[in-house]
Design a protein around this ligand. Sequence first.
Ligand code: ZN
Length: 313
Amino acid sequence: MSLISFIERFPDEDSCKQEFKRIRDKQGVVCNKCGHTEHYWLKNKDQYECKSCRSRMTLRSGTVMYKSQLPYRYWFIAMHLLTSTKKSFSALELQRQLGHKYYEPIWAMLHKLRAVMGKRDSKYQLDQIVELDEGFFKAPVLDSSDDDTDEKPKRGRGSQSQAKVLVMVSSKVSMDKNKNLDKFQKPTQLKFVKMLVIEDLKGETIMENVKTHISKNTVVKTDDFRSYSRINEAVWRHLSMKVPTDKLEKAFTWVHTIISNAKRNLLGINHMTSRKHIQNYLNEFCYKVNRRYFGDKLFDRLLVAAATETWKY
Ligand SMILES: [Zn+2]
């Protein structure tokens, strides 16, 4: 959506609030005390009152905006920017643009929206052909509360200052047959991407994620790393490929492209991303890749997700 049409649709706080309420009503408001679905609307309080048990909920309750003091309009602007920019932007930049006094609530708002994106994408399973590999992203552990395990660094598989990210990319066979391809390259089209920060690269961890995020009816392609050796138990076919180093990028075209694009994207937003928050940035990156053909509809999709994803903070 262009800036002009955004401003036309949402010229003020009230237009944003009305749209947010319209979406909540459409999705159906459920009483968090008794589960009843009919409510009175208390206009002056911005609250729903349950017709059965009379308990009240705010318009923001149960959504990503729960307990936020920020105007609806800030949230809408943030969603507009998140869905209309290719490269994303920093909280500092948004704070400056909004002229808001404090950095922290703006920062928190963006992270909650990125978390919503992750919740949405976690509902989908990958299928058809999936390339799976791990990527290492510079993301140091910055405070003691998110201490990393003290396992020994594994040679060739990333060091402890880096986040381990499981990257899974599904593609489908393309009908475009007119290209000259060498034996490692396949004519495929990108479908859906998942990037998940994982604690370690143990076989069990990998298997858990494969079972959760990849449908059984799938062909999974990996290199011959030993933690991938049991993937065949969870999917239709596992192609464990011994590929010469100089052919890796061609053999795993999608996964390598996605990893390098994500790294460039992250560098564009922040000089450094902490371990604790890198998943949220990856959520945003994947959400946009996965909806790259949505165009103008992307904003409305995110808005619906923001209004309906159950939120417990
Ligand atoms: Zn009730």
